[in-house]
Every structure is written in C-alpha cells, then in structure tokens.
Ligand binder design. Structure first.
Ligand code: FEO
Ligand code: CA
Ligand code: CA
Ligand code: CA
Length: 613
C-alpha cells in the first residue's frame, strides 16, 4: 500500500551545486560535515599490522580493510544506538594505485596475492559516544571479519554438487574458495547481508566455449594475471575447467557471527549480479530482485519456496536455498514508431506499459526447453535468452521500496543501444547510445511481490538538462533539478524517498559522481536534489540513509582512478601533502573509504533509525 508518506524525510538540506569532476574532496550540503570511518588498509584485528604502503603483504592485507569498498550497511545493534557493525563489499583492486611500479615487477606473485586479499567483504564493529554523531570503528571488535578471495563458502540450492561446479580441488562441487567482484547488495529482513558477484569474468582465462563467451570470459591472458599465480584462474588448466562456474552468484553472510560459513545461493541464478534485495510478500515468501549489469542484460526475481518467520533467524537464513526463478519481459503501451532513439516522451505523455515475469525454474523443474535445472542456474543468461526476456540498459540495483513496495531499477547506461545492428530504442529503453541511463519504477500486480505480472513506467531519463534535451523527470521542471548521470545504487529514507548514487558521471557530464535524493510523490515527483559529491576519480557507492539520525553513509570507491602510486590523482581522505610527510599508518595517495556525512551540532540521540525498513 502506498502510504503517501514520501513527502520529505527527516533529513533537511539544500541541494548542493553540481561539482566539477576535478574537485578532490567530499562536497556536502551547508550545515553538514563528513569524516572517514574506515579506509583501505586500516587494521581490523588486535594483531593486524598498521597500514604501510611500502611494506604491504598478502598476510597483512587479509587482516586489514580491503580495497574499493562498494555495498555498505551500517547496522546498529537492536537495543543500542551506540554500537553496531559496518559491512562493506570490496569489489576490485587497482594495482596501479596500490603498488609502487618497480616493487610490483619484482614481487608480482605477492602483489597478486595482496590484490586477492583486498577483494571480498569486511565486517567491523562500530561505536560512538553519547554526544558525538560520529561512528568510529573498533580494532579487534568481536564481530570483525575479513572475507577474501580464499575464504571457504558453502554452496547451496539445486546446483550445489552439480558436475558443472566440480573441480579437482573440490570434487563435491559444494565448497568454493572466495568471492570476487562483490559489487552491490542488500541487507535482508532477517539481518544477513546479500552481496553480488559481478564482473567475475575478468579473473579467468577461458577455453573459448560458448558458455564462457556468453559471460564475457575471453581466451587471452587476463590483465591481472592471477592464472599465473594460482592455477584455478586458468580454465584451460586440467581440473579447473569449471572454476569460473563457481563465481557469479549471490552470496549471503551473517555479520553477527564471524564464525559462520558464508553461502553461495545457486537458486538465484548465475550472472553478473549487481546485488540482490529482498521484500517479504504478503503470503510470507521472500522475494529477491537482482539485475545483471551488462549491456542488453536482464532483470530477475526469485520467490522462496518456504515462508518468512518473524524472529526465527536460523530458519530465515534458509529461505534463499530453494524457490522459483523468473526473468522480466517488458511491453510498452505506445506505438513503437514513437521511439526513434532520441528519448523524446511519447504522445501519451509517459514511458510506460506492462510486463511479465517469465519462469526459468518453477517447483524445482526447469521451465526452459533443452536445459536441466543445473544448467538453467549455472548458465542463467542462456536460459533467459531462450525464454525471451527483455534486454535492458545495464541493470544495476533493483530495489523494492520498504514504504510502497514499488520496485526501482537503476539502468546505468548503454552506449551500444542501436549500434551496429544491435537492438534500438524501445519504450522501456528509449534512447540509442544511452550514455546517461534511466530509472524504472515497477509495480507488481496487486502490489503482490509474488505476482507474475507488473506495470512499469520510467521515473527519470537521466542527464544534465542544461545541455541535454532528452532528459525526463516525470514532468518535474528540468530547470529545477540537479543534473544526474549513470544511476547505480539505490536506497530509501524512512519516508520512502529514493536516493540514487552514480557511477560514471565525470566521463559523461563532466561532474563528480554524486548522491541524489529523488522525491516520488505528489507535485515533487521527479525532483532530484544533489546531497553530496565524491572526490575526483571516485564513484559513489552503497548509500545508507539514516535520516532520523541526521546521517548519510557512502562508500567512496576508486578515488583518484587514472592516477598511479607515484603520481596520485587524489589524496583523499587524509590529504597527506608528500610521500615524506606520510606518518605511521598514513599514505601519500588515495584510499577508498567509508564516509559518514552528518548534520553539524546535532549530537546523537541514540536513535538507530534506519531508513531501509
Ligand atoms: Fe559494479 Fe554494476 O557496478
Ligand atoms: Ca506510453
Ligand atoms: Ca555498482
Ligand atoms: Ca556501476
């Protein structure tokens, strides 16, 4: 039920002006301040070494905060607004910025192992003082944990134990070492964290099979060269032909239990998962939405077989083991001739239509001709091709509003639409060479998350309206919005406003990547207000909006991208002025970090008010 509460939120701010991509700092609204809670290399455990850019090792990195933080949640403890855990993904490593070039050449294997250990996730306890707004992290906290490219994961669901998942190192097909390219995610209603294994193809040298090609795995040596350090990354190495099939899953971790074994859920299918987010349907089923972030890929949803039980965490942690998998097919309601690729609004005044969820697996059976359940789940892209799903402009976050139940989809961009005989503009993807992306709003039939029918419309067609006449903000005046490009991650505040972080705006509109608040209701629907901008070269990831607590958190990923260890392009977050002036634990260069933006002078009221429902 749309409660219509989305008319403000508790976080009051005046939108900041757009920020040039060359600005090397956080930009926040007037009356707000920011601080970095934790940075790449910060020690997590009592025995972790202090970060030292000149004395890195695989062993130390495994005990320190990883690189390129992405998905983020700040989970305050239930009965305390002053303790909690921070959970962050570490999507990938930037070796050029992490290592001295000469050292890398002389220590390539160790550097690769450092890079492997800079991947994965971190769980770290946080705390704050009574009259201080700022969360700080706890070295040696009881729940602190690093998950890396070698942490054991259990595989569950129908494809666990499949021949397609077996290797010489794991003849069971049920135990995988590590997680890779963890991009976005979602915190479940039962308090675990889901994380998407996204661009896993880049880590593997393939054999040239059709399945590998469909997932983007090439036959040449990889840029990272991990196949030279650890044979499992070479699919042409005897016994490791299936290693890549063991990545591309949704993983679930329990941030409250550092001894728990994280899980890869095969029931949600294998593709370049941006992330996954869960809504509990009226009948108690857990429904997980997920996007496959590549050009012309699909949007999926999973419906659990079993139902959610309040306060039964152990049971709820099995919900994603078994259920039905669907993929989305869209139809527009305006004549196809009205979509010439320019992005102009059709004559009925809206980009909108209907859609259906096509079954891939239902009641434990494959719904795709010629493919077994194992094959559908391991080669999900091929199954969705056969089912006739709709090719979208790079689906990133797909996230249901905890207030209205409507599902929002960030389609980040697709510069290939309409190019070289590829599919052209449609009502759901109305621009050819779509550089700025758009955001869809889907409404399940009857607002029932288990429905196989939905309606949809485009909430906004992104861009800088000052220079682009194909932007659309649901009718909101384009001269009164903040420019926005390349939507990626989504979040909601407690009033149901949508928050959108961006990845790629600098290269498209010349502005730093940002976090925006978007109003969804009434006359303000489509109003985009920029809350922050991240430093030069960075992307904004993992927004968390605790509006009742006057705080917003983001991961600042790859600050200074394009620079090098010797010549950093960013000095965020500590702005050390020279290599010589870097003290103990400091670094002359950028460090991907988790940042808290908070309202000045508010103190904290012990409120753990989380806008994520
Ligand atoms: Fe890693 Fe789809 O962004
Ligand atoms: Ca229409
Ligand atoms: Ca992303
Ligand atoms: Ca992205």
């Amino acid at each position: 039920v749309d409660t219509g509460r989305g008319r403000g939120g508790h976080l009051k701010f005046d939108a900041i002006d757009p920020v040039s991509r060359s600005v090397d700092n956080m930009s926040v609204p007037e009356g707000y301040d920011w601080h970095a809670i934790i940075r790449w290399g910060d020690p997590l455990f009592a025995n972790s070494p202090e970060f030292d850019s000149k004395k890195q090792s695989a062993k130390s990195q495994a005990m320190q905060f990883g690189y390129n933080c992405d998905y983020l949640d700040i989970i305050a403890d239930k009965y305390s607004g002053r303790t909690g855990v921070l959970v962050a993904n570490h999507e990938y490593s930037n070796e050029d910025m992490m290592f001295d070039a000469a050292w890398f050449v002389a220590n390539t294997d160790e550097a690769r192992r450092i890079a492997m250990n800079s991947h994965g996730l971190s769980v770290v306890e946080i705390k704050r003082k009574k009259h201080d707004q700022r969360w700080t992290y706890v070295v040696g906290g009881e729940r602190n944990r690093r998950i890396t490219a070698s942490t054991p994961f259990a595989v569950d669901g129908p494809a666990a134990g499949s021949d397609l998942l077996k290797t010489v190192a794991d003849p069971t097909g049920k135990l995988v070492l590590g997680t890779l390219n963890n991009c976005a995610g979602g915190t479940t209603p039962w308090g675990t964290v889901l994380s998407g294994e996204e661009n896993f193809d880049q880590y593997f040298q393939g054999r040239g099979t059709a399945e590998e090609a469909r997932y983007g795995i090439g036959t040449g040596a990889t840029d990272r060269g991990w196949e030279l350090t650890d044979p499992r990354f070479g699919l042409n190495h005897a016994g490791y032909e299936n290693e890549a099939n063991r990545f591309g899953w949704i993983v679930e971790i329990d941030p409250q239990n550092p001894d728990s074994t994280p899980v890869k859920h095969t029931s949600l299918g294998r593709f370049k998962h941006e992330g996954a987010t869960v809504r509990i349907a009226k009948n108690g089923k857990a429904v997980a939405y997920s996007g496959d972030d590549s050009r012309f890929e699909y949007i999926y949803k999973f419906i659990s077989k079993d139902t959610y039980r309040k306060n039964d965490r152990r049971h709820n942690m099995t919900l994603l083991n078994e259920g039905d998998l669907y993929v989305a097919k869209f139809a527009g309601n305006s004549p196809a001739s009205e979509f010439d690729g320019s992005g102009q609004v059709p004559s009925d005044g809206a980009f909108d239509g209907t859609g259906q969820w096509l079954p891939l697996v239902r009641n434990g059976k494959s719904m795709v001709e010629g493919m077994s359940v194992d094959e559908v789940l391991v080669y999900t892209r091929l199954a969705a091709d056969k089912a006739g799903a709709t090719k979208m402009d790079r689906p990133e976050d797909v996230e249901p509003s905890p207030v209205s139940g409507k599902v929002y989809v960030a389609l980040t961009n697709n510069t290939d639409r309409g190019k070289d005989g590829k599919e052209g503009a449609t009502e759901q993807n109305p621009r050819i060479a779509n550089r700025d992306g758009h955001v869809l709003e889907m409404t399940e039939a009857g607002n029932d998350a288990t429905s196989t029918r939905f309606t949809w419309n485009i909430l906004l067609v992104a861009g800088d309206p000052r220079v682009n006449d194909s932007t659309y903000f649901s009718g909101y005046p384009t001269d009164k919005v903040s420019p926005i490009s390349c939507p990626d991650n989504l979040a909601f505040d407690s009033a149901g406003n949508l928050w959108i972080s961006t990845d790629g705006a600098p290269g498209v509109i010349g502005l730093s990547d940002a976090l925006h608040k978007v109003s969804l209701h009434g006359k303000d629907r489509g109003r985009v207000e920029q809350f922050l901008a991240v430093p030069t070269g960075a992307e904004t990831c993992g927004p968390v909006v605790h509006d009742k607590d006057n705080s917003v958190f983001v991961s600042v990923q790859h600050p200074g991208e394009g620079g090098s260890f010797a010549q950093p392009a960013s000095l965020f977050p500590d702005f050390i002025k020279s290599p010589q002036s870097a003290g103990k634990g400091q670094f002359y260069g950028p460090r991907p970090s988790v940042v808290q933006v908070f309202k000045q002078g508010k103190g904290n009221n012990g409120n753990n008010g989380n806008g994520k429902g």
